[in-house]
Write a protein that binds this ligand. Structure first.
Ligand SMILES: [Zn+2]
Length: 173
């Protein structure tokens, strides 16, 4: 059986004990931007917050793209999230290649270079990536100044998250 078909079958069981109150409307208190990496899927566990309190935006890296910025605006301006958390992690798959390398590899292996250059948002330095994210989000005119924007790195070895401080020149800019 395919994984999707197996999941559809499991959903029948899930629906029997589903909390129907969740069907009313979303009421997130915090919005978390994190990587697509499956090891970051248990955000309620990692952060000790109820599922219903967390708006989750996931991209590879994570990359703070124009789409992500739009979602952060909706989460804070429309849905009511009060804080923004940017959650990076150690051992990210997006540090294992460069965009140039992956574009070249896929163009060669598929024999079709027409999608290149695809923007995969690969990066090398997790701390630097986090600082750039904070800067991108903080500088967006539609993200309210009173909404905290904080960046973190989840350590895959220990399960602990640590905060990434903005560098001095960014704070002064
Ligand atoms: Zn990752």
């Amino acid at each position: 059986m395919s994984i999707i078909n197996k999941a559809l079958k499991a959903n029948q069981t899930f629906a029997k004990k589903y909390d129907r109150k969740l069907g009313a409307h979303p009421a997130p208190k915090i919005v978390v931007v994190t990587c697509m990496d499956p090891r970051l899927s248990d955000l309620p566990g990692i952060l000790g917050l109820p599922i219903a309190d967390i708006d989750v935006i996931r991209t590879g890296g994570p990359a703070v793209t124009e789409d992500v910025l739009g979602e952060l605006v909706v989460s804070t301006r429309v849905l009511g999230s009060k804080e923004i958390m940017l959650l990076n992690h150690t051992g990210c798959g997006f540090t294992t290649f460069t965009d140039d390398e992956l574009n070249a590899k896929l163009s060669a292996s598929t024999g079709d270079a027409s999608p290149a250059p695809m923007h995969f948002f690969s990066y090398k330095d997790t701390e630097q990536n986090t600082r750039e994210q904070i800067k991108n989000v903080r500088s967006h005119p539609w993200i309210a100044k009173e909404v905290p924007v904080r960046g973190f790195v989840f350590d895959m070895e220990t399960g602990l998250i640590r905060e990434v401080q903005q560098v001095a020149q960014d704070a002064a800019a």
